[in-house]
Design a protein around this ligand. Sequence first.
Ligand SMILES: Nc1ncnc2c1ncn2[C@@H]1O[C@H](COP(=O)(O)OP(=O)(O)O)[C@@H](O)[C@H]1O
Ligand SMILES: [Mg+2]
Length: 342
Amino acid sequence: MSEPPDPGTVHVAEGLPQVCRTRPPLAGPEPAELHTAAPVLDPGDASAGGGRRAFSERYQFLEVLGEGGVSIVALALDKAVGRKVALKELKPAFADHPAIRRRFAREIEVNIYLEALEHPGILPVYDRGDHSDGRPWFTSRVVRGETLGETVRREGITRTGLARLVAAVREACLLADVAHRAGVLHRDLKPANIMISRTGAVYLIDWGLAGEDDLSVPCDPDAPRPASLGGGLTEPGVAIGTAAYASPEQWLGGGGGVAGDVFSLGGILYFVLTGRPPFPQDRRRGDPGAAAPPPRAINPDAPPALEAACLQAIRADPTARPSSAAELADALRRWLDAERGA
Ligand SMILES: Nc1ncnc2c1ncn2[C@@H]1O[C@H](COP(=O)(O)OP(=O)(O)O)[C@@H](O)[C@H]1O
Ligand SMILES: [Mg+2]
């Protein structure tokens, strides 16, 4: 189930070492080292609900499920309940970075906020705490399946498999729209952050870069909002996100609003049409607003209607994109309906 470290996300906040201002550390520890470093079994933990041994008594590390730039996700057994959980925690190297720790804490809060919307595509958080070295962790439901990126890499791009992938992208658009209507931007939408279970359920994960929208969309006034949302963790003028999927405005350090997430969803559609992201990982060279090659130039079998929807979503001008993720979802539904009728 495990995937190579996701090198793409650029986490930038005040107080980080220079290396993080450009890219996160690329080389994750070898699996053997993960076991010896025991990132999920810190015996010194004092905060997991009742004493030093509480965490290691309750959680048993089983295997690594995946990792990104600053965190690691493991399958663990919650012995108190008798179920397997996904346990996410900061890598030890980031224990001393308050800004990264705060961002991680905010990921938990955003998750808890969104799960109150009771959408099945948002995973519930079960438990949270801090290791003795200050690294926060949380547990959530395990998705038995794989990421959209893994699916495409495993299956390749086939005309027969396309409808299922497009349906998953549409689901991701609808999920992003749910978050947007609640006032939350994901800001790191990419194939590695979309999970598809064996039963076909689609989840948006990794709300680690999520931020408050500029409130250009109406929010549910009754929904409880995490206190730290909008807490200014992101420096103005500093890029966050993943180079291959980030909008030009996000890449240049602008806000990115709903249109930024729509752009990334268009990039995900590009990926399922062509098998590659729309932009090279390193966009520091060249014009961040440069257009990607049309999908059909890479895969001539890509349906023209999907190419059109994709190209509209990844337009450099934010106002030229679909005005919401739901609008992009609608274009995908029209194609799916026509496909089914065909
Ligand atoms: N709840 C989960 N169930 C199963 N696998 C998961 C779960 N959450 C994350 N993963 C796996 O771990 C990887 C990294 O998780 P993610 O939350 O995206 O961390 P990061 O912030 O480090 O990118 C995902 O791409 C996925 O492969
Ligand atoms: Mg991720």
